[in-house]
Design a protein around this ligand. Structure first.
Ligand code: ZN
Ligand code: ZN
Length: 168
């Protein structure tokens, strides 16, 4: 995914808006991979200030996830941001440590790698199919979103549990 910066570099314009989609089916993660449910959308702009060029974009994607409560598969939608300073590859680095830098070459910046990184960083640890998902019954395993069960879940106070052990 490349963005042409030449009009910005030539000072013909001060800002370029762009919108691209990346057609990926999966993204490798540390623990395996995620399957994407549609193209990854990257929408944003590159702009110039007196001294520098910056990029600011919104990355949105949808992927298949299993609900942490009911284990059902659903499509989770995530939005994250990608932003930083643009620098020519040949420029020697003189940046603040926590500044994010995109390198460009021949008037073009290649973003695919950074988009993939932003996806990995934004993946939620836990996702729910719905905020009010009722999950599975801890006793019989039924999906409580679909049907009620008659199990009684006893939440035993740990102090009482100790007492109970003594009498067993
Ligand atoms: Zn659920
Ligand atoms: Zn049950």
């Amino acid at each position: 995914m490349k963005i042409d910066l030449s009009r910005l570099i030539d000072r013909a314009v001060y800002k370029i808006d762009f919108e691209h989609s990346l057609n990926l089916t999966k993204v490798s993660t540390k623990t395996g991979e995620i399957a994407l449910a549609g193209p990854v959308n990257v929408k944003g702009s590159v702009y110039k200030t007196d001294e520098n060029m910056y990029l600011d974009a919104k990355v949105s994607y949808e992927y298949y996830e299993n609900c942490a409560r009911c284990l059902k598969e659903f499509v989770n939608r995530v939005e994250t941001v990608l932003s930083g300073r643009l620098m020519e590859t040949s420029q020697l680095l003189d940046t603040d440590d926590d500044e994010f830098v995109f390198y460009y070459d021949n008037g073009e910046v290649e973003l695919t790698e950074q988009v993939l990184t932003s996806i990995l960083l934004s993946l939620p640890m836990k996702a729910l199919c719905a905020d009010n998902c009722r999950g599975l019954c801890l006793v019989c395993g039924k999906d409580l979103n679909k049907e009620e069960c008659s199990c009684e879940i006893q939440e035993i106070d740990p102090r009482l549990a100790k007492l109970k052990d003594l009498f067993d």
